[in-house]
Design a protein around this ligand. Structure first.
Ligand SMILES: Cc1cc2nc3c(=O)[nH]c(=O)nc-3n(C[C@H](O)[C@H](O)[C@H](O)COP(=O)(O)OP(=O)(O)OC[C@H]3O[C@@H](n4cnc5c(N)ncnc54)[C@H](O)[C@@H]3O)c2cc1C
Length: 382
């Protein structure tokens, strides 16, 4: 049992932390205000090798271990929750789908430009009527031309990076009668595939800068060589991918919690009431102590899940626990961050209200907290 990062892991964290402090933090309020995709920051992250962190070098990635990847995503999310989602959806969902389930030619053609950061990826699973209940999806991919192609019809909702993506990993029913065994996964190229329509993007509480898109597919023809793996394996692909993705949403939670704690620590020592810094009050000290303790505990759960994944063990329960706990902790710590700032915390003059809005999302996407509790309980009872 070793809880300390290696020298290499520490160097990666320091490199990303420096980038975040110098480039991301000064821009975070503006991104939150404009809700515009931060192309320049994504370009800089590509140069630093941060857009394909865990992907092997032969496919354009940086081949980092999952601890380093989680630590880097924690740092990015400490700077901007929206940027955290952009990177998590791009790598953990889109890149990992193609890496895990794509054939050699698909990896060379579609994964490499994603992992190099030349292109942006998205993962289109959810629909208006199919969120937690994935098999309820209505989107179909009907085999045509004697099996040489598919005709896709339907729509997807809530797709992070969906309006800016060059490659979208799509889930659709190839056999609508077969329930979750009738779902297949595909690579879609919005620029090339006629019938791919971006209906619009959501106006959200937080997570600004990462566009959350509604997509529609009208008789969109996909050649058969865009299917990932065998027909009918899409549901399994989605579950496996989301499982790994939960480690990085835990990282996003830990990063936002750390940001709230850092700001609260600074403010508490600065703000004076009753002729003393408010950090002299034991009530404030206890809040800070709880905030740090919860953040550290969430971080350890995140690393435990990463450890299991790297060891090749099942990590379904650990990833669900890390994501569940870090999500709730990020919201709680951000809430106390506002409380320590008093009235100022409720304004946009300080970043703590943004952390609170960004944190809330962690409890909803990639498995709601209720669904994750179901997962953990079923692993316990299995
Ligand atoms: C900003 C944002 C970005 C997103 N990005 C993506 C993306 O990139 N790709 C993608 O495919 N999806 C994405 N999603 C969709 C997200 O994964 C879903 O919103 C989520 O899975 C919940 O589905 P839902 O919104 O339909 O809620 P519902 O499933 O309708 O849930 C509503 C409520 O019922 C509860 N509930 C549902 N089923 C159960 C159950 N069995 N037991 C107990 N409680 C239950 C839920 O926990 C929740 O509280 C994103 C969502 C948001 C908000």
């Amino acid at each position: 049992m070793d809880f300390s990062p290696t020298q290499e892991q520490r160097q990666i964290q320091e490199m990303v932390a420096e980038f975040v402090d110098e480039e991301v933090k000064p821009r975070a309020a503006e991104i939150d205000d404009t809700d515009e995709f931060p192309w320049d920051l994504v370009e800089q992250m590509a140069e630093l090798g941060l857009m394909g962190m865990p992907i092997p070098e032969e496919y354009g990635g940086a081949e980092l271990d999952y601890h380093s990847y989680a630590m880097a995503l924690e740092e990015i999310s400490r700077g901007s929750g929206g940027l955290g989602t952009i990177v998590a959806a791009h790598i953990s969902l889109a890149c990992n789908m193609i890496y895990e389930f794509g054939d050699e030619s698909q990896k060379e053609t579609y994964l490499t430009p994603l992992a190099e950061g030349e292109e942006i990826g998205a993962f289109a699973l959810s629909e208006a009527g199919a969120g937690s209940d994935v098999p309820a999806m209505d989107t179909t991919a009907e085999p045509i031309e004697g099996g040489d192609a598919y005709l896709v019809n339907g729509g997807k909702l809530w797709i992070s990076n969906g309006s800016v993506a060059d490659t979208v990993v799509l889930f659709a029913k190839t056999d609508p009668e077969a329930g979750n065994k009738g779902i297949s996964s595909f690579i879609v190229r919005p620029e090339e595939d006629d019938g791919f329509i971006v209906e619009g993007t959501e106006h959200k509480l937080g997570d600004k800068g990462c566009p959350t898109a509604e997509l529609r597919f009208d008789d969109m023809r996909l050649p058969a060589d865009r299917r990932l793996g065998e027909e009918g394996r899409g549901f399994v692909h989605a579950l496996k991918t989301l499982n790994g993705g939960r480690i990085t949403i835990a990282a996003r939670g830990v990063g936002i919690a750390q940001a709230a704690l850092d700001e609260a620590l600074r403010y508490a020592q600065d703000r004076e009431q009753f002729d003393q810094p408010i950090s002299d009050f034991q009530a404030i000290q206890h809040k800070l102590a709880d905030m740090d303790t919860k953040t550290q505990a969430a971080r350890l759960l995140m690393h435990q899940a990463a450890d299991k994944k790297m060891a090749g063990d099942s990590f379904v329960k650990e990833a669900a626990q890390a994501k569940l706990y870090a999500s709730e902790v990020s919201r709680e710590v951000a809430n106390e961050g506002i409380q320590i700032h008093g009235g100022y915390g409720y304004t946009k003059d300080f970043p703590v209200e943004r952390f609170y809005r960004d944190a809330k999302l962690n409890e909803i996407y990639e498995g709601t907290s209720e669904v994750l509790r179901n997962t953990i309980a079923s692993e316990l009872l299995d």
